[in-house]
Design a binder for this molecule. Structure first.
Ligand SMILES: [Zn+2]
Ligand SMILES: [Zn+2]
Length: 172
């Protein structure tokens, strides 16, 4: 896993804490065993986010895209910065590659479900038609159990409401 080198890096492979990014960037990341530089704060849908002030206004950028520009180079217009390591929270430029949106979608589909869960051995099952994500199934089941529980706890008739309140409604 440590040997994933993006073709995008042509020069020396940057090391963690590279001074081309400020210290306040680096305190939000840490190195992990996979070789990823894992973003540890402000993760959304797995992607790290980083706050900046641009021209006096606050801006939020994706941390891996922010790392890419000073450490690798300008991201060509319209290109998506793909994680070769499939870890969306990773900001290691050696794991990043700028690709077209179409290429990225294709890669995502083959490795992740539509909601971004990894299709690995443990998380994948097959139904008659296609590959399915266990995490999504679990979340669907949990959501439907919650709906049933809610329905059960919501009084549906006057009699039930009276029973629930312990007092008759509308006087004795
Ligand atoms: Zn990585
Ligand atoms: Zn899923």
């Amino acid at each position: 896993m440590n040997t994933i080198i993006s073709p995008d890096i042509t020069g020396e492979v940057p090391s963690f804490g590279d001074t081309r990014l400020p210290a306040r960037f680096w305190v939000k990341a840490r190195t992990i065993e996979s070789g990823c530089w894992q973003w540890t704060s402000n993760l959304r849908r797995g992607y790290g986010h980083y706050h900046l002030r641009i021209g006096g206004t606050d801006a939020k950028v994706r941390a891996h895209r922010h790392a890419y520009e000073p450490l690798v180079g300008v991201i060509p217009d319209g290109l998506h910065v793909d994680h070769l390591c499939r870890n969306r929270g990773c900001v290691n430029p050696a794991h990043l590659q700028a690709v077209t949106q179409a290429e990225n979608n294709h890669r995502q589909m083959t490795t992740h479900c539509g909601r971004g869960h990894l299709f690995d051995e443990a998380n994948t099952y097959r139904d008659s038609r296609s590959r399915q994500c266990r995490t999504c199934r679990r979340e669907r089941n949990r959501a439907s159990r919650k709906r049933v529980a809610l329905r059960r706890s919501t009084p549906t008739s006057l009699a039930e409401m009276q029973r629930a309140n312990g007092t008759p409604i509308g006087g004795a």
